[in-house]
Each structure stands twice: as structure tokens, then as C-alpha cells.
Ligand binder design. Structure first.
Ligand SMILES: [Zn+2]
Length: 263
């Protein structure tokens, strides 16, 4: 039996651990919640609680949501409702007026960028059952505790661009980058905007990304452990200086990767 106040709170653009303590002797299995068109399976942990991690996309409206939880207890299919309050977070917006040639791409570059988007959406559509990750995630650069620019919106000549969906970690070229959790490399490619990029699938629809590397030290398909060296910081792709762009995605939600570290 589930006996708790099923109320949760998270800010826009963050990861949220859903943990539901169970009564002793309860026989619950196959528990799922449905959030933002994604289905999340809950797993039983050693404290007899059902646990999963969901993402609140940075564009999710602030407010109250009902999140359905379905589970099987003693062979009965049951339903419950969780209540989730999404708190508003202010992301900075910068308006820029630039020469049109800096905004529009040449036909070749446009073709490359389109090919890249295809590769990226294929990687993000993977729903493996590897469940390689363990809480918490780690910051991929040694000694770094924060990043900048997550959720930053830029408007070029009155046209809004996709919000900046990762955190930028300033660091010199050649700095070692470590996998922030265990998983499988699902993309290791030179991309037009992102430069030398690595995407890791941690299972349960959770991905982390590492962009603008000077060197990639892993291959697509390879399994990596949390803390394993995966590449070096650089300034490849469309950037103005060396840094690591570190991103996190849960289901279809773009979340601040630092919210996976503090959980
Ligand atoms: Zn960035």
C-alpha cells in the first residue's frame, strides 16, 4: 500500500527524483508514471520506496499538475494521482541585432546542420533498458562547481532562437572531461554547431551531452563508467572560446545538468 502525501515540487528546467515510500509487506510491481508524454518506470530501492527521476523542461509552464501513477499490487491494476507544483524560474534573455550573414547559413552548412539534427534526434529517441546510472551524477570537470547560461534565450534580429539547453563550464583547451555517470555512448561525432560532441545514454531516457571538445576519446556503442575519461575540452563548432557545454535531457525535457548533481 502507498501511504504518503504524494506532493512534489520542482523548478522549471530541473531534474526531480520521485520517491514513494511503501508500507511494509506491500507487493507492488510494475509502477509507472506518465509525465509530459513520457512514461517513467519506478524501481524499488533498498529502503522499500519506489523511485524514478523525471525532468521538468525549461519551457514547461509554472503551475500545478496532476501526474498519474499506475501500478500493480497483488495482481490488481491500481491508479493514483501525484500532485506536482512547477515553480517559475527566470532565465535571462539577450536581444541582439547582427548582420544577416551571421544568422543565416550557407546551403552546405544548412545541410550539415540538418543532418546533425537528424543524428541528435535519433540518439535522443533511444529508450534502452541499460539503467546504468546511479544517483548522484558528477560534474564532468574536476574542481568545477557551477556553470553559466542554462536556459539563456537569445533573440537575433527579433527572431527567438532555441534556448541554451546546457550549462557552459569555462575551462582551458585540453582539460580532461569525465563521464558524469555510467552509460553507453550513443553519439560521438563532429557536429556543425556543437563541434566534437559526445552523447551518453544512461538508461531510463536520461542523457548527458558534452560539446565543443578538442578531442573525443570514446567511440559510439562503447559502455563507460561514471568518472571515465571521455574527451578533452576545446573550442570546436560555433563558439568563441574553449569551454565545455554540458547538457542533460530526461525524456524530452531539457534540464540544468547541475540539478542532477544536487539530487
Ligand atoms: Zn553552451
Amino acid at each position: 500500500m502507498i501511504s504518503t502525501l504524494l506532493q512534489f515540487f520542482a523548478f522549471q528546467g530541473t531534474a526531480l527524483i520521485i520517491e514513494i515510500p511503501l508500507m511494509e509487506n506491500s507487493e507492488i510491481n510494475e509502477a509507472y508514471i506518465l509525465w509530459d508524454d513520457n512514461q517513467y518506470e519506478l524501481a524499488l530501492n533498498e529502503d522499500n520506496a519506489l523511485v524514478t527521476m523525471i525532468g521538468i523542461d525549461l519551457d514547461t509552464s509554472a503551475g500545478s499538475y496532476i501526474v498519474p501513477l499506475s501500478y500493480i499490487e497483488n495482481e490488481n491494476q491500481l491508479e493514483l494521482e501525484l500532485s506536482l507544483e512547477v515553480g517559475s524560474w527566470t532565465f535571462p534573455t539577450t536581444e541582439l541585432t547582427v548582420e544577416p550573414q551571421y544568422v543565416s547559413l550557407s546551403p552546405e552548412n544548412l545541410e550539415r546542420a540538418n543532418r546533425d539534427s537528424q543524428l541528435i534526434s535519433e540518439a535522443y529517441s533511444i529508450r534502452s533498458d541499460i539503467n546504468a546510472w546511479q544517483n548522484p551524477f558528477m560534474v564532468p570537470l574536476q574542481g568545477v562547481r557551477e556553470g553559466s547560461n542554462f536556459g539563456h534565450r537569445r533573440v537575433f534580429n527579433g527572431e527567438p532562437r532555441a534556448p541554451h539547453s546546457g550549462a557552459d563550464l569555462a575551462s582551458p583547451t585540453g582539460t580532461e572531461i569525465y563521464a558524469s555517470n555510467s552509460g553507453q555512448i550513443v553519439l560521438a561525432e563532429d557536429l556543425f554547431f556543437s563541434g566534437q560532441a559526445v552523447f551518453i545514454d544512461h538508461g531510463s531516457g536520461i542523457f548527458t551531452t558534452y560539446l565543443h571538445m578538442s578531442e573525443i576519446l570514446v567511440e559510439q556503442g562503447q559502455m563507460v563508467e561514471k568518472g571515465e575519461l571521455i574527451g578533452l575540452v576545446g573550442a570546436t563548432g560555433r563558439v568563441t572560446g574553449p569551454h565545455l557545454h554540458w547538457g542533460a535531457r530526461i525524456g524530452s525535457a531539457r534540464v540544468d545538468p547541475f540539478s542532477l548533481v544536487s539530487n
